[in-house]
Design a protein around this ligand. Sequence first.
Ligand code: GDP
Length: 526
Amino acid sequence: MKYINEINRRKTFAIISHPDAGKTTLTEKFLLFGGAIQVAGAVKSNKIKKGATSDFMEIERQRGISVATSVMTFEYKDTLINLLDTPGHKDFAEDTYRTLTAVDSVILVIDSVNGVEEQTKRLMEVCRMRDTPVIVFINKMDRDGKFPFDLLDEIEKELNISLHPLTWPINSGKEFKGVYNLYDKSLNLFTAGQKSTEENSVPIHDLAESLLDKTVGERNANQLREDVELIEGVYGELDPEDYLQGIVAPVFFGSAVNNFGVKEMLDTFIRIAPTPEPRHTSIETDIKPTDDKFSGFIFKIHANLDPRHRDRIAFLRVCSGKFERNKSYHHVRLDKDVRFNAPYSFMARQKEVIDDAFPGDVVGLFDTGNFKIGDTLTEGENFFFTGMPSFSPEIFKEVVNKDPMKTKQLEKGLRQLTDEGVAQLFTQHGGNRKIIGCVGDLQFEVIQYRLLQEYGASVNFVPLAFYKACWITGDKKKVEDFVRFKQANVMEDKDGNLVYLAQSEWFLNTERQNNPDIQFHFTSEF
Ligand code: GDP
């Protein structure tokens, strides 16, 4: 328990949303509150913009930004907050899923006009897998959005989570008057285009007060009284334990661009959000942040933008103990000792070399090719962290080498790019066919471009009509038989696990029926 004070003042989280819901805007407001930036507009969007430049130039631009915004560390009211950035574009969703393994909670932004969108659902599925605590921010209340009760209904149904409003809006769009804070019973009045300050906050301890009618008008006041009565009847008091277990999500309404409703949420966040949490491992016991010995895992690898330098940055989440500069640590997969003389942190959005880091922190490590996503570092112990699964890709293409003289470079490039997590590589079981699996087409462009730029290897991709990749397990003999019969469809992932590529849902169901002793999994960890 040596570092208990350091651990208890840390919160590590991510903001997630469907593109355009307001993630970048909200991030910026948080950084302003934390004093990490001085002016609005300082945070660049990590979105892939369609238009003027070619797609891969745009991707490179985005890669530059995403190094700078990978982790944003700032302090707010004595809490040290590590905000981990996630790519906005759906084609890079896997990157987001992996980042979610390194946080202890998330804030989910929902656009009040659009409600639950496609990416919202997928991101929440990943949060549900790990029971990550979620706070919901319903954004853009200054626009004519859906009715708040309808929104809550929609979110609860579509995302399969119980909600608990902590603020409640008075109207929306042009008629938006502000939000009532159900927790500390005050009214926060909205003025478009103005930065929200303490002055617009009116304490209303009893909703029956005539002050309420004076401030927002009689009709609005009565509506609010009715709404609040209903909400308090339905929801009662929030039990923070339900939130911490990922069962109930507190909800805030606001407008990020107007910096409205953001402070209430941030104040609640530092009050209730979890401090660094224990992590599951390959051994029976979880690793607790308070364990004295250092441990951590790599959840993201970022290649250097300059192709002449092959070095990369590996992002380490510290899980227990204290990480120290120049100290030898055990790289469990490679069974060797590694040392870092210039680890850095991201305080105030400046890279700076650090001497130590504590659980919840993210450290950037220079890497010359030692790390793969999911690698564990310890102080000599032999376990690894679990919970970093690969998910079945959606698009499959076979790699065609256009330049046989560059076969070695191609193999190396494919290996390194897939270690980085750019895409998944499947190699034919007992053969040499190579298939790349991705979530979106942009990923193929990135691979093709980077193989050529960084490794001098030129490739084409031939689309394959596969539906899903399934990791297969089960009775050894039955699996062997299956592999023999289905040779053309059985591949190995980068760790040598067997994967069956199904042509369609129908094929998969048929195989499931014909092979009751074999399990087909859509993720690499079960
Ligand atoms: P992201 O893709 O989730 O990062 O979304 P952005 O933060 O880039 O926001 C997308 C667009 O919505 C931008 O044009 C923002 O200015 C706008 N926006 C963000 N918050 C609000 C809001 O509260 N009200 C309105 N009307 N627009 C907003």
